[in-house]
Design a binder for this molecule. Sequence first.
Ligand SMILES: [Zn+2]
Length: 298
Amino acid sequence: MAKSLGILLTGRIASGVIEGQTPCSSIHHFPDNFDDTDSLLDMPLDGLIELVCEQSTRAVAECGPVQSVGLALPGIVRDGVVEDSPNLVQLKGARIAERMRQTLGKSGISAPVTVLNDADAIAAGVAAKHDRLDSFIRIWALGYGIGFGRYPFTAGIWEGGHAVVTLEAGETFCGCGGRGHLEGIMGYRAMRLRFLDMEPEEVFANAKTGDKRCNEFVRLWHRSLAAATSNSIHMEGPGRFYYTGTNIHFLDLKLLQQYLQQMVKMSPLQSYSLEIVPMSDDLVVSGVAIAATQAVKT
Ligand SMILES: [Zn+2]
């Protein structure tokens, strides 16, 4: 069965080799400390590519050779080029697929490289895990930024995290600089900018104990996600939505559902379903490896 190297590059690196749909190497992480999510953000591009390749060779050494390589990263990716990446700015403009192919080649890993937005990779991982590789699913990834992913992969921009969900002039916290964006309300970075006096975890904890300002924000947070989900339903129809990401513990699915019911009223659009999936690097590594295998076949 075809083997594929899957790599996740966000605030950290994870890599592993997948055979079919099953990991055949262990999943390697960098840095080892999961709380360290900032160390890659300021690293120059050349050093970052070297580091990603160096990490990935460890997985291939365990159960290579591989026939394809998949790289998942945050941002707008087209034909192997990163057109923009507000949360890993050094990647902007990089011909990342070609650079990765060349650098991996020096370590004896010779295979085509497919680059995907990390949320699309999560969607592929979720589809495989839930045995839905033959159906259309959408995912929201709630983390440092807000990702929107689809499976199967369809050419397009799909920057759902930057959907406008409010017309309030003061909503300027999105990393991309755009006003009124979903990520400017829900993203971890944006929440820190909004509440300079407390961490997002404290905001959600204080909301539970009745703090008015925190409670209002938690409601806005859920209403915003309902608005973005509702917009997606009105554009592309109902279906299955999965919610995941490092901040998935903030999500109250019942509250989200309640707001969504207020926003989606046309009966043919009400057959949607919402489900939480715990986030793991393994899910993304598997997803991007599966997508890379499919890309090589077509
Ligand atoms: Zn934005």
